[in-house]
Design a protein around this ligand. Sequence first.
Ligand code: BG6
Length: 467
Amino acid sequence: MQKSEFLWGSATASYQCEGAWNLDGKGVGEWDVFSHESPLNINGATGDVSCDFYHHYQEDIQMLKAGGQNSYRFSLSWCRILPEGRGRVNEEGIAFYNRVIDCCLENGVVPNVTLFHYDLPQALAAQSGWANREIVEAFAEYAEVCFKAFGDRVKLWVTINEPKYYAYCSNIVGNYPPNHKLDFDRYFKTLYHEALASAKAVAVYRKLHQDGRIGIVHDSSNVEVAPQTKHPQRIRMIADLFYNKLILDCAIKGELPGALLPWLNENGIDTSYVRFEDSLTLAEGKVDFLGLNVYNRFYITDYSEGETEVFHNNRGAGSAAKEGIRIKNWYETTIDPSTKRNLWGREIYPRCMLNTLREIRERYGDIDIYITENGHGCYETPDENGVVQDDERIEMMQGYIDYMFRAMEEGCPVRGYYAWSTMDLYSWVNGYEKRYGLVRVDFEDNCRRIPKKSYGWYKQLIEDFQK
Ligand code: BG6
């Protein structure tokens, strides 16, 4: 691969940035209902307006280009395209995404488009969402509408963003709708349906012969076992099955991990929905590439006494809540005293970039990889000129990118890197205080965009790489 072919970009997701929640025929999404009505929306923030990408997309794409970036990763809102989740197509939704895609191409920016990034149409959520097998067909239909509408210009597709993290927050942590807590049956069922839906969408894409590439995005969940753990191999195997293997084996090898069903059955977890013919669906739906969102690792140790519990911090500095999980007889996440954490309790661990890339290569061979997200969330105050001097973000991202370069030197086929996020936007349940953007959004002043220091740093890094 030529250096000029490497994709350097940044990423957003529809619900987190578009706003325009009820404009131009958009249907209602599960997150609209949750953010408007649920007492569990603890910060009270919604994506109703967010940074109003719906009306600012030209400015955002032009700014991305001016920052030296040659690709933009974004997602489509399922209910903007199919307001009821299935059936009727909203032509105004199609027209909006046509404008966004055309604007990318006019600016020499490669669109990298995700079909599903957490925002399920409410009509489908009301019928048990991802826990209902019907979703698999519904997703394949939606994918076909998108491929036919945009596939002449979009050549890089992602089926689902972070199937695992979405299933985890919706069914184990309970902070994402439909807010089930420690529901292990529903977690695995959701993951399984996501794996099948992704495979079906890949098969639909192949059938249409659109001459592009299609992949899936996994939130990299590299497992490391703390010293003094009594059963390191056993708990590593369990944590890998829990976090990684279902999605990765299905998407890359086209099959369920061999150890999965016996292990679920042994643990009394429902598998009655698994059908023989699903193996054919998975075999026909292998991806062309893997996207990895790289933020942290899972640092674990034994846990045999005590109850199963989960902790999450959606309030940041204002909260004493921890981050982690304890699963009786499996393992618990623990703290490595030598590393730092952000104010939401997440470990900052750049080396997980290298460890993840090495591990994927060892397990799955030379599948092409895009780092589809990497970034740093923090509280920010602009200086007297209105500019955010986000040295902390720069230092952190540079660390992860250096490890990415090291993996590439070892031969790991990384084809692109996307910063999360293009500009400040809604952070799921955390609201607007936790910022990730390379560009600041002044939510109090008509969503005015002001590049941060990291925007210029990223531009320089890209230029240096391309020399
Ligand atoms: C990723 C998601 O998991 O992490 C993004 O794909 C998300 O949508 C990002 O915003 C950061 O997470 P959070 O919860 O800190 O906003």
